[in-house]
Design a protein around this ligand. Structure first.
Ligand SMILES: *[C@@H]1O[C@H](CO)[C@@H](O)[C@H](O)[C@H]1NC(C)=O
Ligand SMILES: *[C@@H]1O[C@H](CO)[C@@H](O)[C@H](O)[C@H]1NC(C)=O
Ligand SMILES: CC(=O)N[C@H]1CO[C@H](CO)[C@@H](O)[C@@H]1O
Length: 654
């Protein structure tokens, strides 16, 4: 390996390095990384170069390491870069490539975030031919693609073929952040994505080239809310007509039992020479099949823990191009248990599952079973090739496939068996870590003693948006939303989202709303200030949400109603730590709970504490209360028993 080049999306990224020798023997030492490089370590080693782009933000979404041209191409926000690798000082060339005119405004008007969504994020960079690259960007939610001239070897050319710019729908997603995978084969682009503005059209799409475009049918049995992770061509045998394109993704699993569909990881495939059907499935895949990818560990209670969320896939290519080893990085979705695992799969096991029984469900009230009826010929999922092209049956194209084959393919896209990893067990497990594992690359190296597979795992620091805080403010009073950026150099921007589906607007500051070093100060708040506030920091083009605060405003009228009327002396104001009703007939505690929500009990306490229950007030009140109690008691008792008694503290009236 030449060296390490790291473009880290956050300043706290880590790179973990694990070495595996004998996969059989790996369990004992599997969780100890050989090397752990933090972002700081990388810098200190003086062997990495920092690159932030030319416009104060990079926000890159794609990269292509071109060993033929000895260059690294980067697909960033509104820009493409070409970096020469053989130089210590980065000599970067830039192509400025914004969204089409007016598109950023339209994107914002349609409710997308102008700050982090409405720009042209370049998500595809593939080598097109020896002189050109294929690039596709989100175009502020209107994808665009173009060819980039990069010159011949040794030439450092870098310019866009302006006449080549076209609509990129189906080639890259609208959304800059939604997972997506693509691969360029021959002259065609295969992509797995959601191909519309609303994210409701999940599809595996083939475009460019001279053949007609192909797609999956819009049917939940094919794909349901998929997140694509990787796409690769893997040949089956010497007959190139059997070449298949594999897609790795997660989706809502139709076969999962229970009210809420579970998320499973999948491996799906299509024949590269699929031409769709003639009468049915016109320009739609007729060979699509998929299976579940399992990566799990047995639990102490006999129940397996599944790592169902696929994060990344790496194909370790060997001399035998038909049989790469498939390294897959998974995470758990469970709320109780947080962990990551790497599982390795053999192509032989994958092919066996695809050659096995199809999953079948007779009707809504039936269980999923293995299909035991007659499977039509050519077997659904198989490619038109030497095997299907015999003198008696000339299936030279999927267009000649009989109707029953197409019908079966349509109704049985899922295999009954799942794909299990080598040794039925992960090669790496990490639980309860402070970072997210996001990427994996594997290098096979020969050492004196044996062969090692070195796993490089990229991580980012965990930021949890579950970590939303709720702050309550009283109408017409002042309120403070705290946000302290980790770095002093960072620029802070506040955004407000008034309803869940609304766009995030930048908070307008004035005399009333003031941006301070430690947060946002409202000198006086109104009902209209309610919403979710995002404190985002920007530094060298890295954006991070530092805090997410939901601000709720309690109307002063509501408060008066609850506390006001019998409150002339301001002495019987409620306090959770001393909940007494005294004169008031109102069950104030219940009322305020209704206002604030029962789930935020500790918040109520905090709120009361701050607003009403400072120590001084409390002491004063205690005295008053005791006095009243005493007076009241004496008065009452005086009626029945006209005798002086020592006043005693009466337990709280709850
Ligand atoms: C880092 O590398 C540069 C360029 O090779 C060199 O000039 C500099 O002295 C090095 N710094 C350290 C701390 O080694
Ligand atoms: C690459 O493709 C472009 C666009 O089709 C074409 O103009 C160019 O000549 C091709 N380059 C080579 C080396 O074939
Ligand atoms: C609970 C609280 O602090 N209420 C105050 C809100 O603001 C009004 C007027 O500005 C004050 O009178 C309240 O005491």
């Amino acid at each position: 390996m030449k060296g390490l080049l790291c473009l880290t999306p956050t300043l706290s990224s880590l790179l973990l390095l694990f070495c595996l020798t004998d996969l059989q023997n790996v369990r004992a030492k599997m969780n100890i990384p050989r090397l752990r490089l933090s972002y700081k370590d990388l810098l200190a080693a003086n062997r990495s170069v920092m690159f932030f782009g030319h416009r104060s933000f990079l926000d890159f979404r794609s990269m292509f390491l071109d060993e033929y041209h000895d260059r690294l191409f980067i697909g960033a926000k509104d820009a493409l870069y070409s970096l020469q690798l053989d130089q210590t000082n980065i000599d970067a060339q830039e192509i400025y490539w914004p969204a089409l005119p007016g598109q950023e405004e339209e994107c914002a008007l349609k409710g997308k975030d102008p700050f982090s969504e409405c720009a042209n994020y370049v998500r595809v960079l593939h080598p097109y031919n020896r002189t050109h690259l294929l690039a596709c960007g989100t175009g502020a939610f209107q994808p665009i693609w173009a060819l980039i001239y990069v010159g011949h070897r040794g030439e450092h050319a870098f310019r866009m073929e302006v006449n080549s710019i076209q609509n990129g729908r189906g080639k890259c997603p609208h959304d800059p952040n939604r997972p997506f995978a693509s691969t360029f084969i021959g002259e065609e682009l295969y992509s797995g994505l959601t191909a519309d503005f609303l994210g409701r059209d999940p599809v595996i799409f083939r475009s460019l080239g001279s053949r007609s475009a192909m797609r999956t049918e819009l049917d939940q049995r094919m794909l349901q809310d998929p997140k694509f992770v990787a796409a690769h061509l893997i040949p089956d045998n010497v007959d190139r007509d059997n070449d298949k394109v594999y897609f790795f993704f997660t989706e809502k699993a139709m076969e999962s039992e229970g009210k809420v569909r579970a998320i499973y990881s999948r491996i799906g495939r299509i024949c590269a020479n699929d031409a769709g059907g003639q009468r049915a499935l016109v320009n739609k895949w007729s060979t699509f099949v998929k299976a579940r990818l399992i990566c799990s560990v047995p639990g102490p209670d006999g129940i397996d823990t599944y790592f169902d969320e696929l994060e990344d896939v790496f194909l370790l290519r060997t001399k035998d191009e038909k049989n790469p080893e498939i390294y897959a990085l998974f995470s758990t979705i469970s709320n109780v248990f947080q962990g990551y695992a790497v599982c390795v799969y053999h192509m032989a096991d994958i092919r066996e599952v695809f050659n096995g029984p199809y999953a079948h469900k007779e009707g809504p009230d039936y269980q999923w079973t293995a299909y035991e009826g007659k499977v039509p010929y050519p077997r659904p999922g198989s490619c038109p090739s030497k095997i299907t092209t015999q003198p008696s049956r000339l299936y030279t194209s999927t267009k000649n496939y009989p109707d029953d084959v197409l019908h079966f393919a349509r109704s049985h896209p899922l295999m009954f068996q799942s794909v299990f990893p080598i040794n039925q067990h992960p090669v790496l497990i990490k639980t309860n870590v402070q970072y997210k594992m996001t990427q994996i690359v594997v290098d096979r190296v020969e050492a004196e003693d044996s062969q090692y597979d070195v796993m490089f795992i990229g991580t980012v620091e965990e930021f949890d948006s579950a970590e939303e805080r709720v702050v309550y403010g009283t109408e017409h009073n002042s309120t403070f939303l705290e946000c302290i950026p980790k770095s002093l150099q960072a620029t802070v921007k506040w955004f407000i989202q008034r309803a869940v589906d609304d766009m995030k607007d930048e908070v307008k500051t004035d005399d009333r709303i003031i941006k301070t070093e430690h947060g946002l100060l409202f000198r006086k708040i109104y009902r209209m200030d309610e919403g979710t506030y995002y404190c985002k920091t920007m530094e060298h083009g890295f954006t991070q949400t530092v805090s997410k605060i939901s601000l709720e405003v309690i109307e002063s009228g509501q408060l008066d109603e609850i506390f006001g009327r019998d409150d002339e002396e301001h002495t019987n104001r409620p306090c959770v730590t001393q909940p007494r009703r005294l004169h008031s007939q109102k069950p104030w505690f219940k009322d305020i709970m209704q206002l604030i929500g029962y789930s935020n009990l500790h918040r109520v306490e905090e709120y009361c504490e701050r607003v009403w229950c400072n120590e001084k007030q409390r002491k004063k009140r205690k005295m008053m209360v005791n006095k009243w109690k005493y007076v009241g008691e004496v008065g009452r008792r005086a009626k029945s028993k006209p005798r002086n008694r020592t006043p005693r503290h009466i337990p709280a009236d709850t």
